[in-house]
Design a protein around this ligand. Structure first.
Ligand code: PLP
Length: 428
């Protein structure tokens, strides 16, 4: 197939006719497919079934510190869980608090606390006229939902190949003290799959924000979620907490992580990592909020993995299941869309998503057409604050849940819809 841009009107009309027939055929098949949410597949969940038995097979619930994990207590997590997650998120064991089952919950709490009580002594944000967050786009809809919920104004920051546009970030945070944060997914980002370069991380650490209570919300959700076992096929991210300390900005970052996509989403363990000063401030609230999180869950995670090496081995099993799924989508996109030259997409080496950019003004149509044909995709616009993609171009593809066979079918449906929506647009 020739590049669509090179075709004349008659040629485009002919293609439109063929695509419409193909689309009607697909609609008649009554398919039911879903590439919308980044959920692990059942086969991935099965990998962690040993965790269900990790406590049952060993009736001691007493951890290393002599704490009976069945009882109340231990605000910031048992040492076994701290060790495991501090290695996962690459921070000293004294710079972490283990929370409950969800890092998104920790992020919500972090913003909520800043609204009501400020950040380490600053004015509570709810008392300020304006609070703003920078949002690299495309990004994660649930980050944007948190800031929108609290009435925080969101400013789009374009993403480059190696991370957010740092010229823009530096300028904005140094000039405007109502900017209190930036959402970052620094490794295998959702949805781009991009990992920030060393230079970008260093520029983050050296920011000179006008607001003292500005923080980088560093959501390292996919820190060990490589698709390949070979080191040279993996992305490497430099550790920002240490970089911030070196740059004289020790308190400027909150790092978040969880084992949601390591063990069981919704039943994993989450953590925040930050400077000791930040953690002390957080604990003042935490001690009012809870007597302690689920230590049995922390203990069974530790018993299941043994140590961080065990966790890394476990991630290789996830990767083996995910690779063919990404391949199924990427090969189909290559085969069916490349020559037409009407879309671009990422080819990530980790994480859970592929980011597809279609012809400007076509994303909504593509998603709707897919839906009408039985394929559910993430809503167009979801990857932007307020659900508004200014170009109506970005579509997030989540290949983890369906089987590789289903993904081939789903990607074909998607490609037909991308082509048809583009031809329609070009003919108007
Ligand atoms: N952060 C990112 C970037 C995600 O993509 C997701 C889930 O898709 C989450 C956080 C949710 O994490 P948790 O299950 O720990 O709340």
């Amino acid at each position: 197939m020739a590049a669509f841009q090179t075709l004349n009107r008659d040629e485009l009309l002919k293609i439109k006719d063929e695509l419409e027939k193909e689309y009607e055929k697909i609609k008649g098949l009554g398919i039911k497919l879903d590439m919308s949410r980044g959920k692990p597949g059942k086969d991935q969940l099965d990998l962690s079934m040993g965790m269900v038995d990790a406590l049952a097979s060993d009736h001691s619930f007493v951890g290393e510190q002599g704490i009976d994990c069945r009882n109340y207590g231990v605000l910031d997590g048992i040492v076994e869980a701290k060790r495991l997650l501090s290695e996962m998120i690459e921070c000293p064991i004294d710079n972490i608090i283990i929370y409950g089952n969800s890092s998104l919950n920790v992020m919500y709490d972090t913003v909520a606390r800043s609204m009501t009580h400020g950040v380490m002594g600053s004015t509570p944000w709810c008392k300020l006229d304006k609070v703003k967050f920078l949002c690299p786009v495309p990004g994660y809809d649930r980050h944007f939902a948190i800031t929108e919920f609290f009435g925080i104004e969101m400013i789009n920051i374009p993403m480059n190949e190696d991370g957010p546009d740092m010229n823009m970030v530096e300028k904005l945070v140094s000039e405007d003290d109502s900017i209190k944060g930036i959402w970052c997914i620094p490794k295998y980002g959702n949805p781009t799959g991009i990992t920030y370069s060393d230079a970008v991380v260093k520029r983050f650490a050296r920011l000179k924000p006008a607001a003292k209570d500005f923080r980088i919300y560093w959501d390292n959700a996919y820190t060990i979620h490589h698709l390949y076992d070979e080191e040279d096929k993996q992305d490497h991210l430099i550790e920002i907490l240490a970089e911030c300390e070196k740059a004289g900005n020790p308190d400027m970052v909150f790092k978040f992580c969880s084992t949601s996509k390591v063990t069981f989403p919704g039943s994993g363990i989450a953590a925040i990592s930050a400077s000791k000063a930040n953690l002390e401030f957080i604990k003042k609230q935490l001690t009012v909020q809870t007597i302690g999180h689920d230590k049995l869950n922390q203990l069974r995670h530790y018993r299941f993995f043994g140590n961080f090496d065990g966790m890394k081995e476990h991630m290789k099993k996830h990767a083996a299941l995910l690779r063919p799924k990404f391949a199924a989508v990427l090969t189909t996109l290559d085969r069916e869309l490349k020559d037409a030259d009407i879309a671009s997409w990422t080819n990530p080496v980790g994480g859970y998503f592929i980011s597809l950019n279609v012809h400007n003004g076509c994303a909504k149509d593509v998603v709707q057409m897919c839906k009408d044909a039985g394929l559910v995709l993430t809503n167009a616009g979801a990857t932007y604050p307020y659900g508004k993609d200014p170009y109506d171009s970005n579509i997030r593809i989540a290949p983890s849940f369906p089987t590789p066979e289903e993904l081939k079918d789903a990607a074909h449906v998607l490609c037909v819809c991308v082509k048809l929506a583009t031809v329609n647009k070009m003919l108007t």
